[in-house]
Design a protein around this ligand. Structure first.
Ligand code: NAD
Ligand code: TYD
Length: 356
């Protein structure tokens, strides 16, 4: 048994589905079902006894302690987080609560549970903390990619809250010997991503003939990784990663935001030719920039390759096509997740940006 947190969100749900498809051991999935968590992501596991869903908060230490004693997991894989930079700018408190206090609560309960295990189980136990490249700050155009020894320099409240969590995880290994592993990954894309992040937002807006809001000059660079490749990397790090270590995971696929949006538009021109919108790129609208917007992220994933033999399997071009196809085929899923609360968010984030 493993305990996954945040397994109803984008990456967590892909991880749980992948785990059940390829591993024998069952998964307990603790998720509070925030706006980003959707039990519909796991509907295919409804009849599968190897998936146990628990609705709850990682900050609820009584619940976490009970779950650990009841299920006796061999590992915790910790995805649960507030994950959207723009939301962290509008409301950082939730980010400190879940990402910092939540991770602390989980670490405390994990430590208490781990200390009751016999020595061989203690050695085998893993606390795998899923983190981000954003903890390293922003790169200049010609700077080398982030490595595991790049100093932390988080710039957004989201990045700072993840950095704080990473430091706590590190300290629990150093001080108490808890067998932790931290993975820092670049931007993910793929099925089941909530349409507030760049790629799904642009696909959904373009499919609906709505403006495509590009922040600033659109030349910020992100290193894109297909979500299935991230899940495979996490499984590998869980199995073969060394306790106390951190591993950078990246797609080796740096793109400007404009390149990404134009690529989505070209795929839609092909899949959804329309006389009203012959070129979906005509929907691109430059809007006011994000405050403190990091210019460039790039990951050096050489340690994952050298130590664990991991490489991304999906190329950006093919992964993006698969992703656009998935969204076009699942507009009912999009309808379900884009509730009134989603429309309120669009208003809060985009109404005052105007055109740049
Ligand atoms: P997401 O926002 O799609 O999902 C987060 C999930 O966590 C949701 O299901 C939500 O309900 C749950 N959750 C939130 N607060 C909770 C709490 N207090 N208790 C229990 N559950 C809670 O996020 P995602 O994009 O799937 O990201 C998952 C993890 O991966 C995060 O830790 C994020 O920092 C990290 N990460 C994401 C990316 C990316 O590109 N999306 C890249 C690198 C790292
Ligand atoms: P996002 O998906 O929010 O991920 P992150 O900020 O964590 O990297 O944004 C990716 C990039 O896309 C980032 O440079 C901000 C930009 N962006 C836009 O230009 N317009 C948008 O509407 C959104 C959501 C993001």
């Amino acid at each position: 048994m493993i305990l996954v947190t945040g397994g109803a969100g984008f990456i967590g749900a892909n991880f749980v589905l992948d785990w059940v498809a390829s591993e024998k051991s069952p998964v307990a999935n603790l998720d509070k079902l925030s706006y980003a968590g959707n039990p519909g992501n796991l509907v295919s596991l409804k009849q599968d006894a190897r998936h146990i869903f628990v609705k709850g908060d990682i900050c609820d230490r009584t619940l976490v302690g009970q779950l650990l004693r009841e299920h006796k997991p061999a590992a915790i894989v910790h995805f649960a987080a507030e994950s959207h930079v723009d939301r962290s700018i509008h409301g950082p408190a939730e980010f400190v609560q879940t990402n910092v206090i939540g991770t602390f609560s989980l670490l405390e309960e994990a430590r208490a549970y781990w200390s009751t295990l016999a020595a061989p189980e203690q050695d085998r136990f893993r606390f795998l903390h899923v983190s981000t490249d954003e903890v390293y700050g922003s790169l200049g155009r010609d700077d080398p990619a982030f490595t595991e020894s790049t100093p932390y320099a988080p710039n957004s409240p989201y990045a700072a809250s993840k950095a704080a969590a990473d430091h706590l995880v590190r300290a629990y290994h150093h001080t108490y010997g808890l067998p932790t592993i931290t993975t820092n990954c670049s931007n993910n894309y793929g099925p089941l991503q909530f349409p507030e992040k760049l790629i799904p937002l642009m696909i959904v807006n373009a499919a609906q003939g709505k403006p495509l809001p590009v922040y600033g000059d659109g030349l910020n660079v992100r290193d894109w990784l297909y979500v299935g490749d991230h899940c495979a990397a996490v499984r590998l790090a869980l199995r073969r990663g060394r306790p106390g270590e951190t591993y950078n995971i990246g797609g080796n696929s740096e793109k400007t935001n404009l390149e990404v949006v134009n690529a989505i538009c070209a795929i839609l021109d092909e899949f959804r030719p329309s006389s009203l919108i012959p070129h979906h790129s005509s929907l691109i609208t430059y809007v006011k920039d994000r405050p403190g917007h990091d210019r460039r992220y790039a990951m050096n994933a050489g340690k994952m390759a050298a130590e664990l033999g991991w490489q991304p399997a999906e190329r950006f071009e093919t992964g993006l096509r698969r992703t656009v196809e998935w969204y076009l085929d699942h507009m009912d899923w999009v309808e379900n997740v884009t509730s009134g609360a989603y429309r309120n968010w669009l208003h809060l984030n985009y109404a005052d940006r105007g055109q740049a």
